[in-house]
Ligand binder design. Structure first.
Ligand code: NAD
Length: 488
């Protein structure tokens, strides 16, 4: 099967057992282009119960031989898949862009790279994730094996349709699991287009499958009795539903990567230009639709005015590169759809209505599509909605602080705990503050970034479990202890 998908030949069928098949469910997904609100398709398959069951059966059939495949063979398949993703990267990014609206440079390209690199990174682990053994001093030799779970699934959001595939599918497949990908109903095309690449890379039928669908498909997956793990990225309410469905069904393992309202703490002694660049990147990358975006900016009194001036200037400069995501000159695109646009606009309007002072932005751009200005509010009360809730758009709040003690308390006064950043040239202070943040990840003189080799994830309601690094492999395996009696 040659890869022939494009925006004029969209993949719309489910990919089960290495074949494209029509869903047995008559309901379809409808998707729109956020640059102008036009309908892209209203006939994308929505997997129902029969489809999910078919994929699970194919996965169960494939699992015994896939888990036993020689590590070098599995590694080669993963590496080939990575290089095919790179080879077709521009098209895959275009298939995302048509409903996500993010320009190729920088975010579309970043996503393709993240997906391919995740496959390479995890392929490298295959013959190194070796388990442990313990000596027989007590008469028993102990071997601890890392064993795959069986049929696993990834349920992903719309804001990183390709990157999240790498984060979930790669460690699942590297450790010998079969994997079912459920892309977001808003961005199904890049995932559905992977079929020919899965076949060409050499994944046997049933090992790596794609089921487009909405929350009903996700619910079928998370309550399925034969799916052994769900790795989920998305909102907190959905994460809680998935955890509950897992508990009520077969106690499948669950990893949750959820929302955030990340603080960036900027001290008087920081490199101001560096702090401004990272803070501006944080809410403009992917139009602010990033879970670990630093959206609560706290600046120490001594440099507050200078920072505010520089931050405003940097964001207004970036606003000039907002435009048609298909144009090479655009760096920032629209929000993903009307629902997201209405949600973000609602926060901005309520913000303007007494929650804070507008420093920059605050308006829609144009009258077509879902474009919005990068927006910052200052002087926002701690309990204001724009200060406490995840907005998931290019919106931040900027406040000043006096002391280290005060700012640690303010930073941690939230149920989120995904990422935090501290900006200072005093390394002792940086490490002190980093250790006090209640957060899964901390940047020192940087913020809102992820690196494949180290754990990625949140504390508190931002999630449970970790992706990336060795943690991702651990999350897709069960430890099995074997005890050998050496005394007879
Ligand atoms: P969402 O929770 O609405 O949907 C995410 C996925 O869950 C979709 O595929 C959806 O179809 C599915 N789903 C919906 N209802 C379900 C149910 N009852 N059971 C099972 N699956 C169901 O989230 P979204 O709007 O697509 O994404 C935005 C959210 O994702 C934000 O809160 C953002 O912070 C979060 N996010 C987190 C990370 C992270 O790594 N921590 C990364 C990206 C996005």
């Amino acid at each position: 099967m040659a890869f022939s998908f494009s925006k004029s030949n969209l993949p719309k069928q489910l990919f089960i057992n290495n074949e494209y098949v029509a869903s047995k469910n008559s309901k379809k997904l409808e998707v729109f282009n956020p640059k102008d609100g036009s309908l892209v398709a209203n006939d994308v398959d929505l997997a129902g119960e029969t489809d999910v069951d078919a994929a699970v059966s194919a996965g169960e059939k494939a699992f015994p031989s896939w888990k036993k495949l020689a590590p070098t063979a599995r590694r080669d398949i993963m590496l080939k898949f990575a290089s095919l993703v790179e080879q077709h990267g521009q098209t895959l990014a275009e298939l995302s862009r048509i409903t996500l609206g993010t320009p190729y440079e920088p975010f579309g390209k970043f996503e393709v790279g993240a997906c391919a690199e995740a496959f390479k990174y995890n392929a490298g682990w295959i013959d190194k994730f070796a388990g442990e053994s313990f000596p027989q001093d007590d008469g028993f030799l102990k071997i601890v094996r890392n064993e795959p779970l069986g049929v696993t699934a990834g349920i992903v959001p719309w804001n990183g349709p390709l990157g999240t595939v790498g984060l979930k599918a790669a460690p699942a497949l590297a450790t010998g699991n079969c994997f079912i990908l459920k892309p977001s109903e808003k961005t199904p095309f890049a995932s559905l287009a992977l079929g020919p690449l899965i076949i060409e890379a050499g994944f046997p039928p049933g090992v790596f499958q794609v089921l487009s669908g909405d929350g009903t498909t996700g619910a079928l997956i998370s309550s399925h009795m034969k799916i052994r793990k769900v790795s989920f990225t998305g909102s907190i309410p959905t994460g809680k539903r998935i955890q509950e469905a897992a508990a009520k069904s077969n106690l499948k393992r669950v990893t949750l990567e959820l929302g955030g309202k990340s603080p960036a703490v900027i001290f008087d002694d920081c490199n101001l230009e560096n702090a401004i660049t990272w803070a501006a990147n944080a809410i403009t990358a992917n139009t602010g639709q990033v879970c670990f975006a630093a959206t609560r900016i706290y600046v120490q009194e001594g440099i507050y005015d200078k920072f505010a001036e520089g931050y405003k200037k940097a964001l207004e400069e970036r606003a000039k590169a907002i435009g048609d995501p298909d144009a090479a000159t655009s760096v920032m695109g629209p929000l993903v759809d009307k629902a997201q646009f209405d949600r973000v606009s609602g926060f901005i309007e309520r913000g303007k209505n007494g929650q804070g002072t507008l420093l920059t932005g605050g308006s829609r751009i144009g009258d077509k599509g879902f474009f919005i200005q990068p927006t910052v509010f200052t002087h926002v009360a701690a309990d204001a909605e724009i200060h406490t809730e995840e907005i998931f758009g290019p919106v931040a709040v900027l406040n000043s602080f006096k002391t280290e003690e005060e700012i640690i308390e303010k930073s941690n006064d939230t149920n989120f705990g995904l990422m935090a950043g501290v900006f200072t040239q005093d390394i002792n202070k940086a490490l002190r503050v980093a250790s006090e943040f209640d957060s899964g990840m901390v940047g020192i003189n940087c913020v809102s970034l992820m690196l494949l080799s180290v754990p990625f994830g949140g504390s508190k309601e931002s999630g449970s479990g970790r992706e990336c690094g060795k943690d991702a492999l651990q999350a897709f395996t069960e430890r099995k202890t074997i005890m050998i009696n050496m005394t007879y």
